[in-house]
Design a protein around this ligand. Structure first.
Ligand SMILES: [Zn+2]
Length: 121
């Protein structure tokens, strides 16, 4: 099913640009030059594929040229007994500091705008 390829990223890219338009509308006057995105390891988003979709959607619009900075966020959990945040390796959600399995989600499933960079007129 080659037609399915990238559809997920394409709809996410569209949602990202919708959010960018809203944010940019709140700051009139400046020209948007760069957008930062945080992508969690668990979000299922393929960063390079998303970048390609974003650049494709932006080309020829009033946002063009716009640079995208993609920051990958590792899957992290936080230990309840000792409070230590840690990165989950090999899908083992056990605290490396004290060995406890009593942990809670701390990150890795996010997909969000981290910043917008504007050029003052
Ligand atoms: Zn611990």
């Amino acid at each position: 099913m080659p037609l399915q390829y990238g559809l997920h990223e394409m709809s996410i890219a569209q949602a990202v640009l919708d959010a960018v338009h809203i944010e940019a509308g709140l700051r009139p006057g400046g020209r948007l030059t760069r957008v930062g995105l945080r992508i969690g390891e668990l979000s299922g988003v393929e960063p390079e594929s998303l970048r390609f979709c974003l650049e494709t959607l932006v080309t020829g619009t009033d946002l063009d040229p716009l640079a995208f900075e993609l920051e990958l966020c590792p899957w992290t959990r936080c230990c309840r007994p000792c409070g230590a945040p840690f990165r989950v390796v090999d899908c083992i959600p056990t605290c490396p500091a004290c060995g406890s399995a009593d942990t809670e989600a701390a990150g890795g499933d996010q997909m969000e705008l981290s910043y917008l960079e504007l050029e003052e007129p």
